[in-house]
Write a protein that binds this ligand. Structure first.
Ligand SMILES: CC(C)(COP(=O)(O)OP(=O)(O)OC[C@H]1O[C@@H](n2cnc3c(N)ncnc32)[C@H](O)[C@@H]1OP(=O)(O)O)[C@@H](O)C(=O)NCCC(=O)NCCS
Length: 219
């Protein structure tokens, strides 16, 4: 969830200066619950909400790589947030984090295959609603599968327009990173994801292997 991949297969995150000003500015503005959803950097203040979301993701069989018991530990969660936030400076950092956590050997391909990635959380106050990642550039692998942008919304927050709004909010960030158009793909049978992409200007480029591949103007 939270992390989102960054290597051969998953999408990326925005540079520090590309993070919407709404994050800290909005958080200082008043009661958290009154704030509209906005992007925020992964941070320990979302700990409780992310844990709830993780349980929801696990119930639908997603994010098995994230251990609920482990992430209940605040220090470990903070380390995880740091790894995700370092995804821009150190490509593949979230995945290196998991590899170290579970003792998985690091395949050499990761070193060459990962690109800088910005991962932002879609939040309202201290409530985690979803995650969006932007890979700053495409490799041949990412062009083939994975693209520039990936996103998800926690199950309990779906069908309220969050994914549509989140992707719209990400387009200027992608443009600021020099991405135009953005490559986005989804499973052909994923009606919701397809709707989100098309509503944000995505145009189908090709359909193959059960997936749809879109180009989406960012400006
Ligand atoms: C795909 C996903 C991000 C959509 O999030 P969301 O916040 O529910 O999306 P929105 O509320 O913005 O809905 C967008 C459109 O999809 C429709 N939609 C949402 N869920 C749907 C569903 N289960 N079945 C059919 N349509 C659905 C909405 O009605 C809306 O259509 P409309 O604008 O024509 O009314 C979310 O379902 C999710 O996280 N799924 C698992 C991960 C995933 O598939 N990520 C995308 C990979 S590219």
């Amino acid at each position: 969830m939270p992390g989102g991949g960054g290597g051969p297969g998953e999408p990326p995150a925005p540079a520090a200066d590309a993070t919407p000003a709404g994050d800290t500015a909005a958080d200082d503005a008043g009661p958290a619950s009154a704030l509209p959803p906005h992007f925020a950097r992964p941070d320990a203040r979302f700990h409780a909400s992310v844990l709830e979301a993780l349980r929801e993701y696990h119930d639908e069989g997603r994010h098995d790589e994230m251990d609920e018991d482990l992430f209940e530990e605040r220090d470990e969660f903070a380390r995880y947030c740091a790894a995700v936030n370092a995804g821009v400076e150190r490509p593949g950092e979230p995945d290196f984090y998991f590899a170290q956590l579970y003792g998985t050997p690091l395949p050499g391909v990761w070193v060459d295959g990962y690109v800088p990635m910005t991962t932002l959380w879609w939040v309202a106050g201290d409530e985690y609603l979803g995650r969006l990642s932007i890979r700053h550039r495409l490799t041949p692998h990412l062009l083939y599968h994975g693209g520039n942008i990936g996103f998800e919304v926690r199950p309990s927050a779906r069908r309220r327009g969050h994914a549509t709004a989140m992707l719209a909010a990400a387009l200027p960030l992608a443009a600021a990173l020099g991405i135009d158009p953005a490559r986005v793909d989804c499973c052909a049978g994923n009606v919701a994801s397809r709707r989100v992409i098309v509503k944000n200007g995505g145009v189908v480029d090709e359909e193959r292997d059960g997936s749809l591949f879109f180009w989406m103007p960012t400006t």
